[in-house]
Design a protein around this ligand. Structure first.
Ligand code: AHG
Ligand code: MN
Ligand code: MN
Ligand code: MN
Length: 319
């Protein structure tokens, strides 16, 4: 049986990177266990706190963040951490070389209804910048590894170190992730789209026009009948797309016009972009390749169009 450590060594990851990944995974196993216990573990419901983006934190947002933070701070190889649930970058260890960004719990509105959520992570190297917040502001092309752990009916790790994408299913009997797909590929074409249709009236004209053409089916200019899905957890949408193709969009909308989108570049869009590209798909903002966006702040938001190559190309061709 190929273990994750063997696989990472075959991908020429050094011991320090493997250590960082394994610490994320040990925290994720703990999160997975608590999610399975649900109400029995007292993890449902909200706190009275808000995060830096003005969202009310769920209890499990905070618990997951602390589990990951404690696990990573204990690694001698981690130089700094940035999280959705931390206002500022958190220092790790001076001798460390890796920067880790993460969304501890993605889709947290799903926790209380027993629907899929996940942990998203991205790993880069420090540039040696003495200002830690600035150190993080590297384009997604600098990621050395990225992935997510999906907590669904199964707990599944999906990971890339830039040499393709593999999926690993947590075997609770042995407490280890077991390889279940070693060559994830997204089909170039699809008949399935995901967007929060309730925001339709707030979208910009090109997104209105594109989705109208999707809805027009066989009679419309695209000439295909499309199906729609919306799990309200990016991690579950991306997992579906990595498994059977599709397009996922969270575009800019006019509800809060000054925000460029809802999703966050450094710990949602970039790690998903690396996975999707490594699986043969595309991930773009409305104007450029996601992985080439020059970040200006850790919690920066971006519009996101990702998935099957030909469909994403079509979506962003509307002007
Ligand atoms: P988070 O729970 O980490 O704050 O992220 C939620 C995000 C993303 O996972 C999902 O795609 C989107 O919010 C759902 O948004 P809607 O509320 O518009 O459905
Ligand atoms: Mn949130
Ligand atoms: Mn999220
Ligand atoms: Mn989150």
């Amino acid at each position: 049986m190929t273990t994750l450590n063997d696989s990472l060594k075959q991908q020429e990851c050094d011991i320090s990177l493997i250590d960082v990944i394994q610490r994320i995974l040990s925290a994720s196993k703990d999160i997975s266990f608590r999610l399975q216990q649900g109400a029995l573990a007292g993890i449902l419901g909200a706190t009275e706190e808000e995060n830096v983006q003005g969202e009310t934190q769920k209890k499990l947002d905070v618990i997951s963040n602390d589990l990951l933070k404690d696990a990573l701070k204990a690694s001698p190889y981690v130089y700094g951490i940035a999280s959705e649930e931390e206002d500022f970058a958190v220092p790790g260890n001076d001798g460390g070389e890796y920067l880790v960004t993460y969304d501890p719990l993605d889709g947290s509105s799903n926790i209380d209804i027993n629907v899929s959520v996940g942990t998203i992570f991205s790993i880069m190297k420090t540039t040696g910048n003495s200002d830690l917040a600035q150190d993080f502001l590297q384009a997604g092309t600098n990621q050395v590894a990225a992935g997510y752990v999906l907590y669904g009916p199964s707990t599944i790790l999906v990971i890339t170190t830039g040499k393709g994408v593999s999926m690993w299913t947590l075997d609770n009997r042995i407490g280890e992730f077991v390889l279940t797909n070693d060559k994830v590929q997204i089909p170039a074409q699809t008949k399935e789209f995901a967007i929060n249709m309730s925001n339709q009236r707030f979208w910009a004209e090109p997104v209105q026009a594109y989705v109208a053409d999707l809805l027009a089916g066989e009679e419309g200019p695209i000439g295909k009948r499309f199906n729609m899905r919306w799990v309200a957890a990016m991690v579950a949408e991306v997992h579906r797309i990595l498994t059977r193709g599709g397009i996922f969009m969270y575009p800019w909308d006019g509800r809060e016009p000054s925000k460029p989108g809802k999703l966050r570049l450094m710990y949602e869009a970039n790690p998903m972009a690396m996975l999707v590209e490594q699986a043969g798909g595309l991930c773009r903002t409305d104007s450029e390749r996601m992985l080439e966006v020059a970040p200006t702040e850790i919690h920066q938001r971006v519009p996101v169009f990702l998935g099957s190559k030909e469909e994403v190309e079509r979506a962003v061709s509307y002007k």
